[in-house]
Design a protein around this ligand. Sequence first.
Ligand code: C2E
Ligand code: MG
Ligand code: MG
Ligand code: MG
Length: 283
Amino acid sequence: RAKRAGGNRVEPFQPAFRSFGTDRLQLETDLRRAVERKELSLVYQPIVRLEDAEVAGFEALMRWEHPKRGNIPPSEFIPIAEASDIIGPLGMFALEQATNDLMAWQRQTGDLPLFVSINLSSVQLLNNELYDDVRALLAKTHCEPNRIKLELTESQVMENPEQARLVLGKLREAGIGLALDDFGTGYSSLSYLTRFPFDTIKLDKAMVRDESDKKAVLLRSVISMARELNMRVVAEGIESEEDALELAKMGCAYGQSFIFGPPMGTDSVLRLLKERFPLTKRA
Ligand code: C2E
Ligand code: MG
Ligand code: MG
Ligand code: MG
């Protein structure tokens, strides 16, 4: 991957791509500095139990406040990071920050049994240090492994299935949660994916929102298959309470959507937790 991107960078002779290339190169330079300049941060979106809308955990989502361009979405800067060596420090920042934030919430809410879910890049998955890095981080922060979930998409896993199986196996063995992200956008072969130790499957909003008649049939069968495989199901981007109810009836236990709560800063997370769990003792 890095090679391919490196190749792109030495192709400034194609006029049509020129401005795109320069812009990207500039962003890459800026992104390289963004970690140390504290322009990157994480926001957290609640993942709720559909039966009672109770908060079960949060997904960490990265934000970049560019000094000149303002907020740049992850869909724009993550690919730039992945195509260069920036993904290393950027990925480590997300793991460390999210774990530290979770531990701070734990301390301040009397140890609510929350988890935090962190998106991984395939570059991190294919890097031999991921397992040791995560284990060291958990030891350092005294975080229990089952409080952390790592999210990967099907296509990320399929980039190198053998290596993925090895690394994911070790992470799972250590008790770390593994979520299959954006399910319904790729090949979406659950049977194939049973070869990987995912404990959670996240249904992509495209699948949750599909308007076709077959939607209910498809959702119902994916959910029941996932349940038989002992996987938790999280539906992303649910649009209405009705849909949430219907999904719950189908056996989908969790939801993550703007209707339950947007991605928010750590202060808002704490406020929300104290509001939702008022009887919890506070440090
Ligand atoms: P994702 O992992 O599938 O994250 C869910 C995305 O859906 C988030 O977009 C979230 O804000 C959005 N979302 C949640 N609820 C709703 C809803 O009800 N309606 C709609 N329309 N959208 C909803 P976001 O934050 O822009 O992130 C986009 C993608 O960027 C993520 O998709 C993930 O693949 C990637 N990403 C974000 N943070 C990181 C990170 O720290 N590391 C890596 N490697 N990737 C990241
Ligand atoms: Mg995700
Ligand atoms: Mg993702
Ligand atoms: Mg997703």
